[in-house]
Write a protein that binds this ligand. Structure first.
Ligand SMILES: NC(=O)c1ccc[n+]([C@@H]2O[C@H](COP(=O)([O-])OP(=O)(O)OC[C@H]3O[C@@H](n4cnc5c(N)ncnc54)[C@H](O)[C@@H]3O)[C@@H](O)[C@H]2O)c1
Length: 373
């Protein structure tokens, strides 16, 4: 297994910077690449100096620890300066052509045994790495926002990822004190399809229900502290619209299926406005609320079952991943087991007959045994 000492990061924005600081704090040398000299120094100042200073002032970090981290991070605007990196993590903007070109360029510069990973949220790793001559040394390393706080990382194995590469990437993530779940290459990987389906279902009820009610229903259905409409706003309506569109485009027409992007989300995106979380009184009528709860749970159960059936992720890892990354007190499988498999099947059938997903095999003909998680 390749030993990783120096990590190159492409793109030092919200994610790249958090990934870099996390790696430097864990003892790795970090070289980040930005587009030009001005961005190299402004990003270094913003994310490394100012944000760490802030933490020192709040006594969350010692000055000595800050100095150790800053000494380990260097910025550049030249690809050539990444030639000695053992691992490259790409966290540039979400654009497939840009990402494939970045890795094509790096292939000509880095050592033959360097490992390349992408933090893409929506593109299959196989497509991102299609111009890399050694795809066995590629994988996905999917962090969650905010990447220095959120402990979950999906280590994504594409068809050609070698065992050595997978082990080295997983070892790196563990040394960064992350909770790792192994997943296979799949649109959105394992966590995002569940989360994205959840907000798409809620968005599709907007109009008949106000935002405040939908947010409150999501809290009730899943036992959440922060409602899903609120979380969707924090991730950005642009990001949530693009992610929903991408998943629909990849999965519609497959044997998994995926719900259509709700018009209500598109309108929000077109208007450039987030959801208004204080748009009136919350509907308290139990029967009216139950309609949304049933559809929401049915969709979550259907997509979670598909992911396990397709062996993208194990039920145990998906359960752990959802709890860790989204801070749900229970994941889909614990909720299904608690509800009982008969009622679970009813909700999945309802969701699938409404055209949200194709029916998962496990529930197609009979009531199955509870999940062993
Ligand atoms: N923000 C999230 O919640 C989140 C979560 C998981 C994954 N991601 C993924 O992480 C990636 C980065 O997202 P972000 O939110 O940090 O975006 P961002 O816009 O904050 O940062 C992207 C950075 O990449 C730089 N960049 C663009 N092209 C470059 C190039 N050719 N070379 C070097 N730098 C380049 C930009 O200057 C910018 O600083 C995306 O693929 C996104 O899908 C984002």
């Amino acid at each position: 297994m390749k030993e990783i000492k120096t990590v190159g990061i492409i793109g030092f924005g919200v994610m790249g910077a958090a990934i870099g600081i996390n790696a430097a704090a864990s003892g790795f040398n970090v070289i980040f690449k930005e587009l030009n000299e001005t961005l190299v120094s402004s990003m270094y100042d913003k994310w490394v100096i100012q944000s760490l200073k802030n933490r020192v002032e709040k006594n969350k970090l010692t000055q000595q620890a800050m100095d150790q981290i800053t000494q380990k991070i260097m910025g550049t605007h030249r690809y050539e300066d990444l030639k000695d990196c053992d691992l490259i993590i790409e966290a540039a903007v979400e654009n497939l052509e840009l990402k494939t070109t970045i890795f094509e360029t790096l292939s000509k510069i880095c050592a033959d045994d360097a490992i390349f990973v992408s933090n893409t949220s929506t593109f299959p790793i196989e497509s991102v790495m299609k111009k890399v001559p050694h795809p066995d040394r590629t994988a996905g390393l999917h962090y969650f926002f905010p990447a220095n706080v959120n402990r979950l990382v999906e280590v994504v194995r594409q068809k050609k990822t070698s065992d050595d590469t997978f082990d080295a990437v997983r070892d790196f993530a563990v040394k960064n004190k992350k909770i790792v779940i192994p997943v296979k290459d799949f649109p959105g990987f394992a966590i995002n399809p569940v989360f994205i389906a959840s907000y798409m279902v809620l968005n599709s009820f907007y109009g008949n229900y106000n935002v405040a009610t939908l947010d409150s229903i999501s809290k009730e259905a899943l036992g959440l502290k922060y409602g899903i409409m609120w979380v969707q706003n924090s991730s950005g309506i642009g990001t949530s619209f693009h992610a929903a569109t991408s998943l629909y485009n990849y999965l519609n027409g497959t044997d998994v299926g995926f719900l259509k992007v709700p018009e209500q989300l598109k309108t929000c995106f077109d208007n450039g406005t987030p959801w208004n979380l204080n748009d009136g009184q919350v509907i308290e009528d139990k029967t009216i609320r139950q309609v949304v709860i049933d559809r929401l749970l049915g969709a979550i159960f259907a997509i979670a079952t598909h992911l396990v059936e397709k062996t993208i992720v194990s039920a145990t890892d998906l359960e752990k991943g959802i709890r860790t990354s989204l801070a749900w007190p229970e994941g889909p499988f614990a909720i299904m087991n608690k509800l009982g498999m008969e009622q679970t099947r009813k909700l999945i059938v309802l969701a699938c007959y409404s055209g949200l997903f194709k029916m998962p095999e496990k529930f197609a003909t009979d009531i199955p045994e509870p999940w062993g998680v």
